[in-house]
Design a protein around this ligand. Structure first.
Ligand SMILES: [Fe+2]
Length: 388
């Protein structure tokens, strides 16, 4: 019984700390503050249990613990952790049951592009990145290019077959080299979709600034390419410069804006929501309700999937998001654990339908740390089909 209690305490300790850090990283707290919190959190998550175990082992008087000997504080903490462990188990069970996501996903077609194999070397920019990328089974260079056919209720016939290439979380840091990101753009061009949508976290480091025009500027636009920014785009402290560079690359800024684009005679209204990091969500009251007697099909770009409530409230039929990176590490039988969202891992990646919004959350293409296990970087082509 004692060992079961200890097991629940350790599991609950991790569950509660991960629950807290996922929610903290969904907020707009300052970057430096978050970094400090992360250090405390790592200590709490890993060092506290290790310290406790070492301390217990070194106690010569009674190495075999009993309920009475651990003291009232440890008893209360253990009880709280155990409740947290049981709660987490049920949440996780529900998450696994929901994994099939939505029946609106009609089909998927996947191919894996191993950029390291293609190039013959690791496309990294620093020694530390090369070391991380060398960890066996790390999938950081294996781009999952998937086409997903989605059914949309009452989709106008004019929009049947419209395609979107969704990319997200490019994280221009220099840790992943420019040639990797150039390959990303060439894959986008191969897909040749009607629209390219980019859902934030584009650049982290000033030294990569020229890539915004020299790499992303090479995206070939059919009907349009559009973007919103994410929390990491705050790090170079040049929001206006980023927006300006992307706009010069003919990629439309949807930060707090909307844009109507005609497709075969039917309007698509694109809008952006960059909350909570930028005070920018499109004022939907200013958007047209009808154009030539036709209600526009509503499509939202948001960095965070947490804005799905806003999307539903404003009657978006389609929403694209990123930010959560699919968790980056998916444990066998458990799935993702780290997901910076107020909903935890619920929207870590995939396709979700909550009336009337169909949301696609991308695992993104890169990250600050080049670690991806059971969670490949992702580029998705979405094809819309009428749901009859
Ligand atoms: Fe990101």
């Amino acid at each position: 019984m004692w060992y079961l209690f200890a097991l629940f305490t350790v599991f609950g300790h991790w569950a509660i700390s991960i629950w807290a850090v996922n929610r903290l990283h969904s907020t707009a707290l300052p970057y430096r503050f978050m970094k400090a919190i992360d250090k405390v959190w790592y200590a709490y998550l890993f060092l506290l249990p290790i310290g406790v175990v070492l301390w217990l082992v070194r106690r010569p008087d009674h190495p075999l613990l009993t309920w009475e000997r651990i003291g009232p504080y440890a008893q209360v903490y253990g009880a709280v952790c155990s409740v947290g462990a049981v709660y987490t188990f049920f949440v996780w069970w529900r998450y696994l049951a929901d994994l099939s996501t939505t029946d609106r996903l009609l089909s998927t077609e996947q191919r894996i592009i191993d950029v390291e194999n293609e190039l013959g070397h690791k496309p990294t920019g620093t020694v530390f990145s090369t070391l991380l990328a060398s960890i066996p089974t790390n999938q950081v260079f294996q781009i999952d290019v998937t086409t997903k056919v989605l059914a949309i209720a009452d989709l106008p016939a004019e929009l049947d077959g419209t395609t979107f290439t969704h990319i997200s979380d490019l994280h221009y840091t220099g840790r992943m080299s420019r040639e990797f990101h150039e390959r990303v753009v060439s894959l986008v061009n191969e897909l040749n979709s009607d629209f390219v949508v980019i859902t934030g976290d584009i650049i982290d480091k000033r030294k990569c600034f020229s890539w915004l025009t020299e790499v992303l500027g090479k995206i070939e636009k059919q009907r349009g390419a559009l973007f919103v920014l994410g929390n990491h785009d705050l790090r170079i402290r040049d929001e206006i410069g980023i927006r300006d560079a992307l706009t010069r690359s003919n990629i439309t800024d949807l930060g707090g804006r909307w844009e109507c684009i005609d497709v075969n005679g039917w309007p698509i209204l694109f809008a952006g929501n960059e909350l909570p990091w930028f005070p920018r969500a499109t004022n939907m009251g200013e958007c047209p309700q009808e154009i030539n007697g036709k209600p526009p099909f509503r499509c939202l770009l948001s960095h965070s999937p947490d804005q799905i409530g806003w999307a539903r409230h404003n009657k978006f039929e389609l929403m694209f998001a990123g930010h959560t990176h699919g968790g980056q590490i998916r444990f066998p039988g458990i799935g993702p654990v780290f997901s910076p969202s107020r909903y935890g891992v619920k929207y870590a990646s995939g396709t979700f339908y909550e009336t009337p919004t169909l949301m696609h959350v991308s695992r993104g293409l890169s990250g600050c740390r080049l670690l991806r296990f059971n969670c490949r970087p992702e580029m998705t082509q979405i094809v819309l089909r009428r749901d009859s």
